[in-house]
Design a protein around this ligand. Structure first.
Ligand SMILES: [Zn+2]
Length: 170
């Protein structure tokens, strides 16, 4: 069964055209473009850096390992799609063919869309110390803490004095 996001893309459509808010405009635009295809999300189970096996974990989410698929080749299980990181960046998106002969990719469509619906772009910045484009509306800040308006995460404020030793020659 299709995930409800794929049946109704307005669920993840940003309020202002061309501007991301909780949800990414570029991701919405891409899904809208390929909505007549068989959209699936796959995760690559090897780290591109170390080659070590990895599993999908929402708290340590490797965005570079996610691909947005618009077709699975029936005969050999090959995947046609593009990297999620490219989709989020926007611009021209080219599709690639990914061999899945060693089963290095596995499907996370439902898990991914459930998390995306709940957390929006925070899924790509779980520790909330990164940078998201158009995120001016992301936090409500109080005296001692702030709340993420996208996913509800609360972060306490910690202020530290930093002493720095500086050498001057006079
Ligand atoms: Zn958040």
């Amino acid at each position: 069964m299709k995930h409800k996001i794929l049946n109704d893309l307005t669920l993840i459509k940003p309020k202002i055209k061309g501007e991301s808010d909780k949800y990414s405009w570029n991701f919405f635009k891409h899904l809208n473009k390929i909505k007549d295809k068989e959209i699936k999300i796959y995760y690559h189970t090897r780290s591109y850096i170390s080659g070590e096996p990895i599993t999908f974990n929402e708290n340590e989410f490797l965005i570079g390992n996610v691909i947005v698929v618009r077709g699975v080749i029936k005969s050999n299980g090959g995947l046609i799609g593009c990297a999620l990181s490219n989709v989020l960046r926007g611009g021209k998106i080219e599709d690639y063919w990914y061999s899945n002969i060693h089963n290095d990719f596995y499907e996370i469509t439902d898990e991914f869309f459930n998390l995306y619906l709940e957390k929006g772009r925070c899924l790509f910045d779980a520790n909330h110390n990164g940078w998201l484009a158009h995120d001016d509306d992301r936090f409500t800040t109080y005296d001692k803490y702030r709340i993420c308006n996208y996913c509800g995460k609360r972060q306490n404020k910690k202020v530290e004095k930093v002493c720095e030793e500086v050498t001057n020659w006079i």
